[in-house]
Write a protein that binds this ligand. Sequence first.
Ligand SMILES: [Zn+2]
Length: 145
Amino acid sequence: MICKNCGAQTADNAAFCSKCGAPVQEQPQNGYYEPEYIPVRQPVTETAGSDATPIFVLGILSLALPALGGLICAIICRKKVKEYLANGGKLTGLAKVGNILSIVGLAVSIFTCVYITIYLFIVFAIYGTAFFTIMLGALSNSARY
Ligand SMILES: [Zn+2]
């Protein structure tokens, strides 16, 4: 059955459209539409805050982008999930996938950030020590002559 309000395909026995929430009736049963069966736009699912797409996109980015980029996307995604739930959104479909991706992305990003920090610290410690050793050696040599 096709929803008269938004054109989405709904289950044949469904009383309401699964996409927009409008009542779905193939034929008016009494020969006319009762007032509650007049297709009405449902504002509840139309609000921007309950759109799951940003959560899904940010969830993918939080995993796909390396280190700090992924961390930022994951944090924004967590914020979007909170807004989405506050606006009455349900964690199903894209929102559910995006939510899980952002949690995994957050963990991976924190791990890679810590790893890179430790790596850079060790590299700078080794090269720094080597640099100062060479400089001190050069200074003591030039002082000798
Ligand atoms: Zn609909």
